[in-house]
Design a protein around this ligand. Structure first.
Ligand code: ADP
Length: 301
């Protein structure tokens, strides 16, 4: 499925949480919804889940205006987990699955299948309050995917997971994409965004300040910086008007080209030693996020 958001607006009393955002989530993508605290991400996700209403604009779900029938095609893992502590795990999973339209038999079959897959079948008759935080999150993940939704929304899915379970979860997210699902992914963990997402939007104070494919965005923000690694240690590479050494550790130099080309830099560096690595250094998503948010001037300021 694909999503189209057109000039979406939402205010809470005096706070304009979304000031007319427009973007598309392509079919079968893993899409990052990013932004600092208070940007409007949760507001958008709640609107998409029809938990709250929007003021104006359009949301198209596979080209159709979003309506109640789409709710069963969405799986939402909220940041604030909401499981019933006193309920048994199996019973709880079946309850939520039936809310999303599965029959009791389907819910039972699917719940057992998924618990088996995640090696959690032994938890069926445990109360949620008996599980660790990470275990509860795995239960919640199962609840999110059990009705085989076309759109999955994960809000900070990795928080509370140990590295082993984080890896498992990443693999499951990739598997969902391979099955043809569309995944909307909101997190502050930029490394996981670089690893998983194809495209992103970056929202700040209710406005989109950056959007597109991660590779394109990195090209857009690159600063003509190169990494050079020499075979020999103790290389003395002098600076000049064209090349500014911004970092130097052991036999590796990070250099910004002020004038000239990468070939000029390579020719220059070759005079001083044997080069074993020469590559353009693209900014990390973390650096791009920080610089884009810092430079964003809002009209209401
Ligand atoms: P994010 O999820 O990106 O941190 P939110 O969508 O939660 O951002 O919040 C966006 C803005 O809307 C913030 O300024 C926040 O204070 C405000 N806001 C969110 N929910 C409410 C609410 N229920 N009532 C009033 N203001 C709200």
């Amino acid at each position: 499925m694909f999503l189209e958001i057109k000039d979406l607006r939402k205010s809470y009393n005096n706070v304009e949480a979304l000031k007319g955002i427009s973007f598309q989530v392509p079919e079968n993508s893993i899409f990052g919804l990013l932004g600092p605290n208070g940007a409007g991400k949760t507001t958008f996700i709640r609107i998409l889940n029809r938990i709250i209403a929007y003021d104006s604009g359009q949301i198209l779900f596979n080209g159709e205006p979003l309506n109640n029938k789409h709710v069963n095609q969405i799986g939402y893992l909220p940041e604030e987990r909401g499981l019933y502590k006193k309920m048994y795990v199996g019973e709880q999973i079946m309850y939520f699955a039936q809310l999303k339209g599965l029959t009791k038999q389907q819910a039972y079959k699917k719940a057992r299948e998924l618990l088996q897959h995640f090696e959690m079948l032994g938890w069926w008759n445990k109360k949620v309050e008996e599980l660790s935080k990470g275990m509860q999150q795995k239960v919640q993940f199962v609840i999110t995917i059990i009705h085989n939704p076309d759109l999955l929304i994960f809000d900070e899915p990795f928080s509370g997971f140990d590295p082993i379970n984080q890896k498992l979860l990443k693999q499951e997210i990739i598997k969902l994409q391979q099955q043809g699902k569309t995944i909307l992914f909101s997190t502050h963990n930029m490394a996981s965004v670089e690893e998983l997402c194809d495209s992103i939007v970056l929202i700040n104070k209710g406005q989109i300040i950056l959007q597109g494919k991660i590779d394109d965005i990195k090209q857009q923000f690159k600063q003509n910086i190169y990494t050079i690694k020499f075979k020999e240690r103790n290389i003395q590479l002098p600076e000049n008007q064209s090349f500014n050494i911004i970092n130097h550790k052991d036999n590796t130099f990070t250099i910004k080209i002020l004038q000239g080309t990468a070939n000029d830099l390579l020719n220059y560096a070759m005079q001083y030693g044997t080069i074993i690595l020469f590559e353009e250094k693209l900014p990390t998503l973390d650096e791009i996020f920080i610089s884009a948010v810092k430079n964003h001037k809002t009209s209401d300021k």
